[in-house]
Structures are given as structure tokens and as C-alpha cells.
Write a protein that binds this ligand. Structure first.
Ligand code: DX5
Ligand code: ZN
Length: 233
């Protein structure tokens, strides 16, 4: 493929993760970040794929009544096939399943048939090669930059080469793929992931553990935008 055929740069956005929000006041948390973004990241954990339990379809349904933001639903669960339809019915716009749970092609097909945007996630120690066969089938690839399960962990920079591999494979194939990162993202680490090729930045504690969540979202986006603007073309 000629250089001129490289697909357009994917849109930069922050997806605030409600995992770090005050669950007794989710509506207000969402309202506070809404002027700064069009996505909200929803972390679903089943106590089996990851050692934590969080939220399910009823919370997504409540969010859906309250917001028009795109609900980016990250399924850290062992049996996504069973729950994709309930999450779609609750109002999820996109779901992301983990490649480590297997049955990937069938799960992608199921997401498509339900009308969901399809995402595929990989843990920090899962290699690029596990994602590669599916890049042309999905809308989004999520490179975890922490081991999933909890907010507030430190960014794992060893994942940067994999992010670059996903982006360059997508570019080489002419795919405008969302490359999302999740875990330890703040105004500082976002610079590194943008440089590697990510364009969707999940941030939980760096947004909701601050006094000014909207300012935090704007700060992360500004740092990303500045880094991309300064990058050699
Ligand atoms: C981690 C979750 C993340 C989490 C990120 O298992 O998938 O979305 O909320 O939290 P921070 O931004 O605090 O690392
Ligand atoms: Zn997540």
C-alpha cells in the first residue's frame, strides 16, 4: 500500500471510566464530564475473569436513561456470549470482549448481529499476534495498560510496542481502527500512548479522583492533541 493510502488519523477522545466515580452519585459524575467528551467507559467485571465485581445491565440501563454519551462497555467476563444481548438491550453502544476468553470470531459476529460496535481487548501480557487475525473484523482494539480488575493501578509501559504494532497493522491494511488504552492513563502517560498510535484514552482515577473531573478530561485530551500535533508526519 502506498503511503498516500494510509487511512485518516483516528479521532482523539477521552473515555472517562465510571469505575472511579461515586456510585451513589453516578448521574452527577456523568454530567460533570459530559461537556468534555462523547464517550463513557463502563467496566463490567464478573469476579471470575477478573478478581472483582462491578456492574451489570441494570446500571447500564440507568445510565442510558440519563445520558446520550456513547456507552463503551468493557466486558471483563468469562462468558460474554450470555450477556451481550442484555447489555445491548440495556443501551450499550459498543461492547469489548477479551481475546483471552476465546470464541473470538463467534463473539464478534454476535456483537455485529446485535448492532453493537465491536471491540476486542488484550491483557498486558497477551501478544499482538493474538489480536492480529481479528483486526479487520472489529471497530476497536483495547490494549490494557494494567492488568484488569481495579482502578488506580500504575501504567505498564511494556505495552507500548503492542499499541504501535496494532496501529501500524491497521494502517497497512487501510483500517481506521479505534485503538483504545485502559489503565494508568493521565496527562503524562497519554503522551506515550498517542506517540505509539492510540486514539481513545480510558481514564478513571485521573478523572474522578480529582476535584475537577472536567478539567482532568480536558487536560488529558489537550496533552494528547498537543503530542499528535507535534509529531513528524
Ligand atoms: C481496569 C479497568 C479500567 C479502570 C481504569 O480493570 O478496565 O477501565 O477503570 O482505571 P484507572 O484509569 O484508574 O487506571
Ligand atoms: Zn476498562
Amino acid at each position: 500500500m502506498a503511503l498516500s493510502d494510509t487511512p485518516p488519523l483516528a479521532h482523539l477522545r477521552v473515555a472517562p471510566s465510571i469505575l472511579s466515580a461515586d456510585f451513589t452519585n453516578l448521574g452527577e459524575a456523568v454530567e460533570r464530564v459530559t461537556p468534555g467528551t462523547d464517550w463513557l467507559h463502563v467496566d463490567v467485571m464478573d469476579g471470575h475473569f477478573v478478581p472483582n465485581l462491578t456492574i451489570g445491565p441494570p446500571v447500564v440501563a440507568s445510565l442510558r436513561k440519563h445520558t446520550d454519551l456513547y456507552l463503551d462497555t468493557h466486558l471483563m467476563i468469562t462468558d460474554p456470549a450470555k450477556y451481550l444481548e442484555p447489555f445491548r438491550d440495556a443501551g450499550a453502544d459498543g461492547c469489548t470482549v477479551h481475546v483471552e476468553v476465546g470464541e473470538t470470531e463467534a463473539l464478534i459476529a454476535q456483537m455485529r448481529s446485535l448492532g453493537l460496535r465491536a471491540g476486542l481487548a488484550a491483557n498486558p501480557d497477551t501478544p499482538f499476534e493474538a489480536l492480529e487475525p481479528y483486526l479487520h473484523l472489529v471497530d476497536l482494539v483495547l490494549c490494557m495498560t494494567v492488568f484488569p480488575g481495579f482502578g488506580g493501578q500504575s501504567f505498564i509501559s511494556d505495552v507500548l510496542p503492542k499499541i504501535a504494532q496494532v496501529r501500524s497493522a491497521a494502517d497497512a491494511a487501510g483500517l481506521t481502527l479505534d485503538v483504545e488504552v485502559d489503565g494508568g492513563i493521565d496527562e503524562r502517560t497519554v503522551v506515550e500512548v498517542v506517540r505509539a498510535g492510540a486514539n481513545v484514552f480510558v481514564a478513571g482515577s485521573a478523572v474522578f479522583n480529582r476535584d475537577d473531573p472536567l478539567g482532568a478530561v480536558e487536560g488529558i485530551l489537550a496533552a494528547a492533541t498537543e503530542e499528535r500535533a507535534g509529531a513528524p508526519s
